[in-house]
Design a protein. Sequence first.
Length: 423
Amino acid sequence: MLLVSQECLMSSGPLAVCVFRRLWLSGLKYTPCCCMHMQLLLCVRCDGIAAVTALHCRLTIKMVHAEAFSRPLSRNEVVGLIFRLTIFGAVTYFTIKWMVDAIDPTRKQKVEAQKQAEKLMKQIGVKNVKLSEYEMSIAAHLVDPLNMHVTWSDIAGLDDVITDLKDTVILPIKKKHLFENSRLLQPPKGVLLYGPPGCGKTLIAKATAKEAGCRFINLQPSTLTDKWYGESQKLAAAVFSLAIKLQPSIIFIDEIDSFLRNRSSSDHEATAMMKAQFMSLWDGLDTDHSCQVIVMGATNRPQDLDSAIMRRMPTRFHINQPALKQREAILKLILKNENVDRHVDLLEVAQETDGFSGSDLKEMCRDAALLCVREYVNSTSEESHDEDEIRPVQQQDLHRAIEKMKKSKDAAFQNVLTHVCLD
């Protein structure tokens, strides 16, 4: 039972009448009384036991007439309303942004890759080409051939390989109008460079892209991996769709054996699907034989490549360790602009470096040059100013560097043999 004073009800205006009318319709009745207090009698029944609680409270009813809702808002009220809406919108925006970033932790990397891709596209002069989100991720690995500082003159001892590359790869790209009516004279879909490490496979790929004027995509296998199911296949498709839009182009995969090795039943489902998608787009049912997209790979272990990959790379070049004349040519190229004594016999040095790769020869020359620097630093620390500059590299410096390199190679070989015996 709800007791409300009649005087309070009668003096409250239209709003109070409306409120108590709703109370009446909901089943509550009011009884006139002569006090301004409300007495609420609450009856609670629980398991047959009646509990009666009386609550006394003083109510202050503020009279608000209906006309107050129709009046225009004041200036301060409008400013306050706009301020509250602005704060609410800002909080909502940053909350949603935080939730999106929390769901996709790689979003920041994708935004940075998109900015880098747009910058590279401007550098290589590509305009009015619309790229998807996945193509933008691949475009971040574009290399401008004009910014490559490797030419055929920077490669020594591989004249036969360079000649074959010019005939089979570069000429069909540069003289496309001469070979467009023949499918046999089109550039190969794949080129494989294999051989021991440090023999110039990557240098050949860079020089090929520069001389041919191709767009160069330095594809990293990690670029095609994603934690979301199906994203790797979309990235693999974006590699070829981007290469077709930018053709003539070269897709270079260094250490291709780690990416496209022999398939087996133990492969993960996502990895197997990505490889299948890559090979299907490379040379499959929907492949356009007139497009000038070349996949070039470099590996030290060609025996680990899948047979389907080997079929798609018909042009193969074995980049072996340099012979005597090749080592001499490499030494001349390395020491061409260095401070070397004119009495140095490079043929003798080449004879002593049997089994050295091009990378080994460069490291050996660097050690010989550092011997001269070390000697100069020791002489200046002893306050001896007899020499004002570093002396040139001499024959004995090269001999000492060769001995040091041979010891390190022998030690590494012994460690390999030890691990093999233990296994």
